[in-house]
Design a protein around this ligand. Structure first.
Ligand code: UDP
Length: 320
């Protein structure tokens, strides 16, 4: 059985759904501080908290767990700058707690949600795994520290790990049953769609003077179902590889392009306001995804249109 920590969250819930559709038995553990109970599609659900080792140990004692996929983390960059203690405690110490309980129960396989934020301001693009890591906020540091802990535990305790560094996770399930629901929402695509729908006054474009063709930031948006597939492939390959893998499409899309595609797909105008740059945004973040292809056999298939279409469908028919 696979334990998915944080399986009630955005990427976790899509991964759980994908694993079940591919015949895996899955137990979700989540404290529901950010996640949604309705997003959990396995019958095996446990309330557990990374801060409470006993709650974790109970899950390992109740189920026969072979591997863990660990999504449970705080993810808001701005908040991590204002309240780093919350981030280091939950993300780093919480993961050490999880590892303690795993090893005590002789479970040695973990797939982990890492992030392109470990790279900070990139020196070249597309970004491969050899690119220097230099986070520019506490959130990115928590993820990089955990990667280092995994590497040391691999050497010392035989922990098998794959840290998947996501670029911009986006889109919702193709069948419309689960989707993205953050509170507060800070991500570009749901905010653009909310502005189009009329739930927000407008979308604020953060910076039009970047060194990119249209002056707005370029990001590598990767469909959450492609990410879900990568987690299954990571589980299936974990005994032959431990390390980090970048997950993106290798194609960049600018903020203005996102707005244009969203207007085309919805057939409605997006009220847009141009603002100055947001602190800490590099001009371009794009993944080199060769390693994911070589090691996992992972090749993303969803297009930018799929991302916006599934996200729009979810925005119109949200269940939570
Ligand atoms: N962005 C924007 N307006 C918003 C939110 C985001 O212009 O209200 C831009 C942001 O500057 C970045 C891109 O959209 O260039 C993606 O931002 P998001 O917060 O979705 O993801 P990030 O790249 O920060 O992980």
């Amino acid at each position: 059985m696979i334990l998915v920590m944080g399986g009630a969250g955005y990427i976790g819930s899509h991964t759980v759904k994908h694993l079940i559709e591919n015949g895996y038995e899955v137990v979700v553990a989540d404290n529901l501080s950010m996640g949604h109970r309705e997003a959990v599609t396995t019958p095996h659900f446990e309330i557990a908290d990374l801060a409470d080792k006993d709650s974790l140990d109970r899950v390992f004692k109740k189920y026969k767990i072979d591997s863990v996929i660990h999504f449970a983390a705080f993810i808001a960059v701005g908040e991590s700058v204002e309240n780093p203690a919350k981030y280091y405690r939950n993300n780093v110490i919480g993961t050490i707690n999880l590892l303690d309980v795993m090893l005590a129960n002789n479970v040695k396989n973990i797939v982990f949600s890492s992030t392109a934020a470990v790279f900070g301001n990139p020196e070249y693009t597309p970004i491969d795994e050899a690119h220097k890591t230099s986070p520019i906020n506490p959130y990115g540091w928590t993820k990089l520290m955990i990667e280092k802990i995994f590497a040391d535990y691999h050497t010392a305790y035989g922990l098998n790990y794959i840290a998947l560094r996501y670029f911009n996770a986006s889109g919702c399930s193709t069948d419309g049953t689960i989707g993205e629901s953050h509170n507060p929402e800070t991500h570009l695509i749901p905010l653009v769609l909310k502005a189009i729908k009329g739930d927000r006054e407008n979308i604020k474009v953060f910076g039009t003077d970047y060194d990119t063709p249209d002056g707005t930031c370029i990001r590598d948006y990767i469909h959450v179902e492609d990410l879900a597939l990568a987690h299954r492939l990571a589980i299936e390959n974990i005994s032959k590889f431990s390390g980090t893998i970048n997950l993106g499409t290798s194609t960049g899309t600018s903020v203005k392009e996102i707005i244009n595609i969203a207007e085309k797909i919805t057939g409605r105008p997006c009220p847009t306001v141009f603002e100055s740059r947001r602190a800490g945004d590099p001009a371009i973040l794009c993944a080199d995804n060769k390693k994911a292809g070589e090691i996992l056999g992972w090749h993303p298939t969803h297009t930018m249109e799929d991302i916006i279409k599934t996200a729009w469908n979810w925005e119109l028919n949200k269940k939570y």
